[in-house]
Ligand binder design. Structure first.
Ligand SMILES: NC(=O)CCC(=O)C(=O)O
Length: 263
């Protein structure tokens, strides 16, 4: 399953400009690389322009959802649609959409854990729906958003449901860049699935974002690591049969003793 990750420099506060940028990038990447799955970063319409979100947020997912559906269908590629600020019933959520190559919405998720270090709780509302699996080409997948990475219970719940791949879409600051890399490797090893992440680069409001988008295999090997500073495209294929092989080699899911844990 071939992935193209867009480690993007988001234009702050310019949803239209970012849509144009993504459309051009998807067309070029689909033509030259023919990936199965494309991955975008967190809050790609606006970045953390929190003061402006009342005005700039999508309304019930629009226009970004229709945009992602059109782009996926036109370029015949599945899209893990990063996330966007999304106004619903008067509250703004950090919402992710996954659309398949037929342009169908297969999953949506509102970020559960809002990040205090970026002042998210003052502007956004946390999601109230539990994470679920979705499937692309018959592969079981899960998705979390940025700060969610720090809560191992979330990734574990997806692994227990059968996830073979965990996507992480992010705007993770450089100040905590070492946590970003170490936690992804930990999540991959402890859950024995692939981790595929997309972080952005660039600086907004004094916060520098750290890139280092990653593809980590279920053994904890880093197959791909983006640069810290540059907008770039990461291309990597993942071999799903490794999930079963590694789970047989170190059978943690049959060794678990859940009645001994307080989770
Ligand atoms: N956008 C985010 O959720 C950033 C998370 C972060 O800064 C951290 O966990 O550290």
């Amino acid at each position: 399953m071939k992935h193209a990750i867009y480690q993007m420099e988001i234009i702050p506060g310019d949803p239209e400009g970012n849509r144009r940028k993504i459309k051009r990038w998807v067309e070029e990447t689909a033509r030259t690389e023919n990936p199965d799955v494309i991955v975008l970063p967190e809050m790609w319409t606006t970045s953390y322009t929190l003061d402006e979100l009342e005005k700039l947020a999508d309304r019930d997912g629009e226009p970004s959802l229709s945009f992602l559906q059109e782009v996926a269908k036109a370029n015949h590629v599945h899209i893990i649609g990063g996330s966007i600020p999304n106004m619903k019933n008067g509250n703004i959520y950090n919402t992710s959409f996954v659309v398949n190559k037929a342009g169908e919405l297969v999953y949506q998720y509102d970020k559960i854990h809002l990040v205090p270090m970026l002042n998210e709780p003052a502007y956004l509302t946390g999601g109230t729906e539990k994470v679920q699996l979705f499937e692309l080409d018959g592969v079981k997948m899960g998705l979390i958003i940025c700060y969610d990475l720090r809560f191992p219970e979330l990734a574990r719940s997806l692994a227990l449901k059968g996830a073979e791949v965990l996507y992480i879409v992010a705007e993770w600051p450089k100040a905590r860049g070492e946590h970003w890399k170490a936690l992804q490797i930990a999540r991959a090893i402890e859950n024995q699935f692939y981790v595929v992440s997309c972080n952005c680069v660039g600086t907004h409001d004094g916060v520098e974002f750290s890139g280092n988008s990653m593809v980590v295999d279920p053994w904890g090997n880093t197959l791909k690591l983006g640069s810290e500073q540059h907008e770039e495209t990461l291309i990597e294929s993942i071999a799903l049969e490794n999930v079963k092989t590694f789970r047989n080699d170190v059978p943690i899911f049959t060794s678990r003793v859940p009645e001994m844990y307080e989770l």
